[in-house]
Design a binder for this molecule. Structure first.
Ligand code: ATP
Length: 508
């Protein structure tokens, strides 16, 4: 058997379709037309997501002596969000098109003057994509051709709408209508979802769905210090839902309005070498992503330029992933100084300090914060794992197979147990017995429907790393069965003890 491997050009389409077809991800409230920016995870998706979460929790919390976990409430006291700066500052710049009623994130809407013979004759616009500059250039060329203008056209100079001068805004065409004059200047749009707590609906009962889990760790800092027997440096980790009213949710589950975060606040001494600690966490996170199967070649680092950092920030580095729609942030690792604890100390009037035995002084610890979205990892994992192959069998017949090369650590199903024939009682009995023994420790799947080759393909498509087939030799000879590997498609005979050893080695 031979294979030729290919990632399809329309990888995102293929992934969205597979996710729907095989029960990984569905649009939320689909029978009512869906709700933009919200998704449901189906039977396989929920397993994959749980495995990502569990792997992170095990490595980040349970296997470390210096990190403890917590779970804080989604709705917190509104003063938390005032102190943290979210009420005033958790905004994205928004541009409206007054004609089409479309809304755009100003930093994702690009424009350029059309300069002919040194004169600006018009403007063109395009939404951010992998080839924004090329799109703007094409639009400028079309403009010149349509208006039959003469003279050399200068290369476009893309800028986003946050950089547009007031006199330019009126001349920039709306992407919805293609005409200038309808775009508003950018204004700050707060992305927190508001709600009311209690029976009264007035200003005093306004609360927020949390836009990040991190503030829970800061607000509970003293509780953990006083009860957790922790000593600097130490971390507090949390996994949970966050909510952001994103202006333009897009790229499937990459940017949604309800999503899940895995965040950790690593508290260090005020005099500690924060830069070294920051570097160590960046490397830890990168290695962890590789440990769940993301290829190193798809990962890169992006250091935020100093001038774009918040005033208190010492540095932020994002681990970027090469998604089919471009290189995008997957995991942000921020050195935040002692800003957050300081803010809460001031706003609550409760000191957020630690006593230093060595100097006999109290101080507010500094923090390194690795913050990642489970859904973004989920999508990255699917993008890296998806392949379509032409498989040539021994008789020369070519067939297409879709395969998810998921790491056994996170694959939703670890092993499929397949009796060769479903009408042979002794095969079925042995298969069910093995299935039940495996089920005690692993997520396994029992399938007795259809030709064995078709059953293998079904498992390939959902990323099951191994299939075992119970055949006549199993029950009539030495008890061994066929182990079929997803990636190589190779088959070999294996004993039950060997199978358990294999799983133990690769799954945990
Ligand atoms: P972006 O610039 O992409 O909006 P951010 O810098 O605002 O992201 P953070 O506030 O640092 O993101 O959040 C930490 C992590 O949470 C991100 O790295 C990402 O993995 C995840 N995340 C943030 N916003 C979303 C979202 N709308 N949908 C899914 N995941 C998200």
């Amino acid at each position: 058997m031979s294979t030729s491997n290919a990632t399809p050009d329309n990888l995102m389409e293929a992934i969205v379709s597979l996710a729907k077809r095989r029960g990984f991800v569905f649009p939320s409230s689909e029978i009512y037309g869906g709700l933009n920016g919200f998704f449901d995870y189906g039977p396989l998706g929920v397993e994959l997501k749980k495995n990502i979460r569990d792997a992170w929790w095990r490595d980040m919390v349970q296997r470390r002596d210096d990190v403890v976990g917590i779970e804080t409430s989604i709705i917190m006291h509104p003063k938390v969000w005032q102190a943290s700066g979210h009420v005033d500052g958790f905004t994205d710049p928004l541009v409206d098109c007054k004609v089409s009623k479309q809304r755009y994130r100003a930093d994702q809407l690009f424009f350029s003057p059309v300069v002919i013979d040194g004169q600006t004759v018009a403007y063109v616009s395009a939404l951010e994509s992998e080839d924004t500059a090329a799109q703007l250039q094409a639009a400028a060329e079309t403009y010149k051709r349509k208006k039959a203008l003469q003279g050399p056209l200068a290369p476009v100079q893309p800028r986003d709408m946050t950089e547009a001068q007031p006199d330019e805004i009126a001349r920039i065409p709306s992407p919805a209508t293609g005409e200038p004059g309808s775009l508003t200047p950018p204004r700050a749009f707060n992305m927190m979802f508001e709600t009311y707590v209690g029976a009264l609906r007035d200003a005093s009962s306004v609360s927020y769905l949390r836009p990040e889990t991190a503030q829970g760790m800061f607000v509970d800092f003293k509780n953990v210090v006083d009860t957790g027997r922790v000593k600097l440096p130490f971390g507090i980790a949390q996994i949970g839902k966050s909510f952001r009213n994103e202006i333009t949710p897009r790229n499937f589950i990459f940017r949604s309005r309800e999503f899940e975060q895995m965040e950790m606040e690593y508290f260090i001494h005020e005099d500690a070498d924060w830069a070294k600690c920051h570097q160590e966490w960046i490397e830890w996170c990168r290695r962890w992503l590789m440990s769940i199967g993301l290829p190193e070649s798809h990962l890169s680092l992006y250091a935020h330029p100093k001038e774009k950092l918040a005033f208190y920030s010492k540095g932020t580095v994002d681990i970027m992933f090469r998604y089919p729609f471009g290189v995008q942030e997957l995991w942000g690792i921020a050195a935040r100084g002692n800003y957050d604890l300081g803010q809460h100390a001031q706003a609550s009037g409760k000191p957020q300090e630690i006593f230093d035995e060595a100097t006999k002084k109290k101080f507010v610890p500094h923090v390194i914060e690795p913050a990642v979205g489970v859904d973004r990892i989920f999508l990255a994992v699917l993008c890296a794992a998806y392949a379509e192959e032409d498989v040539t069998d021994d008789k020369g017949a070519v067939e297409k197979r879709t395969v998810l090369r998921l790491s056994p650590r996170i694959a939703p199903v670890k092993v499929a147990v397949l009796p060769l024939l479903k009408n042979k009682e002794h095969l079925v009995a042995r298969a069910r017995e093995l299935y039940q023994r495996l089920q005690r420790r692993y997520a396994v799947f029992y399938d007795d429907g259809g030709a064995i080759g078709r059953r293998y393909r079904r498992q390939d498509e959902i990323g099951t790393p191994w299939c075992v087939t119970i055949d006549f030799d199993t029950v009539e000879k030495d008890g061994s069965f066929t182990l079929r590997e997803r990636d190589s498609m190779q088959q070999r005979r294996i004993q039950e003890a060997e199978l358990f050893a294999l799983l133990d080695k690769h799954v945990h």
